[in-house]
Design a protein around this ligand. Structure first.
Ligand code: FAD
Length: 317
């Protein structure tokens, strides 16, 4: 079932989850172990992140270096197939522009369609370490709005590969990303929202936001989006802080603020266990308030930790 139809047919807000696939070399049970604790909540769909290949330089015996391109995690198509074999839930793979040509993306979309996948989250991806700015592949997309266009074209049966005659039409429902605190590259929030609108105008069906810790920022963002003419559902993304390290890492990695009220609470924490509890409580309060404000769903970033998310769902939904 398409995410947009799940949203439209749901009589009350629901929770969805986002998982990061395990590292290459892991047993498939590791993938399942990330999903099993959340399965009791019957999530209507589960998102699986996508990770571009990484570049490493390995020293040769003569002292020179060779560039090695490495996939650090199993491929999206294999992960999706493994989840579908085990669980009865919609799997929503993320597809990124980074490191991929348009033709490679087309092949991946067709593979996913072959598996029966109906939903895609279309993203640009980030620059690789060492690159200051995102650089698309020579035949790749610079922005996710172009990827949305490509998916919509495939939905109409328009293939890049001209040798395909009367190819089937895919029927993907498309989600895109948004940033209540602005994407770090955007000069200002208005311009960022203008680009979000471009994604929606190109055919995105709904929006999922980056994590945030201040509901007022999200609600203001939604209001600005509506004023800009973005009418599709906007699903807030939440993540509970769970360690001291994350208090520093999350703002740096995701370009977001931790509000002062929350920092005051975290300042009383003495151990990681205290932070974990404070993170759950803050996220429960955020979730309850968001539900009261009328959001269609809440998307939880699990980042490999399911137990705190379970506690939050039990206290919230
Ligand atoms: P875009 O929509 O292309 O926007 C990127 C920047 O370009 C923004 O500043 C925007 O304002 C600007 N822009 C957009 N269009 C134009 C234009 N036409 N002209 C000029 N500027 C423009 N990353 C992964 O690698 N894998 C994942 O699985 C993944 N999942 C994510 C899920 C969610 C819900 C979110 C919020 C993020 C996720 N990311 C993931 C991170 C994401 O790839 C990065 O944040 C990336 O930097 C931007 O992706 P985007 O799709 O928002 O890019």
């Amino acid at each position: 079932m398409k995410v947009i139809d799940i949203i439209k047919s749901s009589s009350k807000p629901f929770a969805s989850f986002e998982l990061v696939p395990p590292l290459k070399g892991s047993d498939v049970s590791r993938l399942y172990a990330g999903i099993e604790p959340l399965n009791e909540f019957n999530p209507p769909f589960i998102n699986i992140t996508c990770h571009r290949d990484e570049v490493e330089y390995h020293q040769n015996q003569d002292g020179t270096y060779s560039k090695v391109v490495l996939a650090k995690r199993p491929g999206t198509v294999a992960i999706v197939a493994a989840i579908m074999k085990r669980f009865k839930m919609e799997v929503v793979p993320h597809v990124i522009c980074g490191g991929a040509s348009r033709h490679r993306i087309e092949s991946e979309l067709l593979d996913l369609n072959f598996l029966g996948i109906e939903n895609i989250v279309a993203l640009r991806g980030d620059s690789i370490p060492g690159q200051k700015y995102f650089i698309p592949e020579p035949d790749g997309h610079s922005h996710s709005s172009e990827l949305v266009k490509q998916i919509v074209r495939l939905n109409h049966g328009n293939y890049l590969d001209f040798s395909v005659k009367n190819g089937i039409k895919t029927d993907f429902c498309i989600g895109v990303a948004a940033y209540p605190e602005k994407h770090y590259e955007a000069p200002n929030i208005e311009t960022d929202i203008m680009h979000l609108k471009e994604k929606v105008d190109n055919g995105a069906d709904y929006v999922i936001t980056q994590m945030f810790f201040d509901n007022a920022v999200f609600l203001d963002f939604v209001e600005r989006c509506r004023k800009a003419g973005i009418e599709v559902p906007i699903i807030p993304g939440l993540k509970p802080v769970s360690t001291f390290k994350q208090i520093e890492m999350l703002p740096r990695a995701f370009h977001l603020d931790i509000p002062q009220d929350f920092m005051k609470i975290l300042a009383h924490c003495k151990t990681d266990a205290d932070v974990y509890e404070a993170g759950i409580e803050w996220c429960v309060n955020q979730s309850r308030e968001l539900i009261s404000s009328g959001v269609p769903a809440i998307h939880y970033y699990t980042m490999g930790k399911a137990d705190n998310i379970r506690q939050i769902i039990k206290k919230t939904f």
